[in-house]
Design a protein around this ligand. Structure first.
Ligand SMILES: NC(=O)c1ccc[n+]([C@@H]2O[C@H](COP(=O)([O-])OP(=O)(O)OC[C@H]3O[C@@H](n4cnc5c(N)ncnc54)[C@H](OP(=O)(O)O)[C@@H]3O)[C@@H](O)[C@H]2O)c1
Length: 222
């Protein structure tokens, strides 16, 4: 049985990854801040793990906590978006939190889990089209764009560094999805987004590692 480790697994896209990978017969380690409240993930048969991705100590403990597992797929999904303040009214008080959750934590989690990640495994960082400089034709969204662009950069370096072990690393844009972050006015639902991303993940190999893909499999510019 294959094992997937998902952060932010209690709601939104993370929870849908739990649902779909469980349905596909995977062992799912569902990491979230309040596992006692993650009723749906538990009902679907996931193994719940308490993890605030801003908690350095908890991240450093992961290899010991999960020592009996190998992680075939890591999905760095937990994310933070503080809103749309325009230029001239930016609120810098949230920048450190955003960079911690969206940039530092995914790298820290991947580094911590590396001893448990076998050759041939996959690492997926949930990035965003908003973090693509090539797609940025309308400006604004300074903080969120900056964090996801940084995450994309990390993704590329990890892909290069792990290529010799055939560990494939990509960033995925989930689409504009109906979640708390995406809002109910978004374009697609979590089922369509995650089934698309699972398809992309299933097709990852040496020829397409280190790239940014949309949920539908099309490639996006950095
Ligand atoms: N929805 C979209 O349209 C869209 C588009 C592009 C990219 N994305 C990306 O997709 C990913 C999932 O977003 P979503 O739409 O599912 O958002 P969401 O419904 O708002 O869920 C965010 C998830 O991140 C978790 N999280 C936040 N801070 C955390 C922390 N310090 N430690 C652990 N977990 C933490 C939340 O946990 P709590 O419940 O504990 O807060 C929640 O599970 C994010 O990386 C987001 O940037 C989303």
């Amino acid at each position: 049985m294959q094992t997937v480790f998902v952060t932010g697994a209690n709601r939104g896209l993370g929870l849908e990854f739990v649902r779909q990978y469980r349905r596909a017969g995977w062992h799912v380690i569902a990491a979230c801040r309040r596992p006692k409240e993650a009723f749906q993930a538990r009902d679907w048969g996931a193994e719940l793990l308490e993890l605030d991705v801003q908690d350095d100590r908890a991240i450093r403990a992961l290899p010991q906590t999960l020592r009996d597992y190998k992680i075939d797929l890591l999905i760095n999904n937990a994310g933070y978006h503080s809103g749309y303040a325009p230029l001239g009214s930016l609120d810098y008080s949230t920048w450190q939190t955003a960079f911690h959750i969206n940039v530092i934590a995914p790298l820290q989690v991947a580094e911590a889990l590396l001893p448990l990640i076998p050759n041939g495994a996959k690492i997926v960082n949930i990035g965003s089209r908003r973090g693509s400089n090539g797609c940025n034709l309308d400006g604004g969204v300074y903080l969120y764009r900056a964090t996801k662009a940084a995450l994309h950069s990390i993704t590329r370096s990890m892909a290069m560094d792990l290529a010799t072990r055939d560990i494939f690393v990509v960033a995925l844009h989930p689409g504009w999805v109906k979640t708390d972050m995406g809002t109910s006015g978004a374009e697609i639902d979590v089922e369509e987004s995650v089934s698309g991303m699972r398809n992309v993940i299933a097709n990852l190999a040496s020829h397409n590692t280190g790239r940014l893909f949309n949920y539908d499999g099309s490639e996006l510019p950095w």
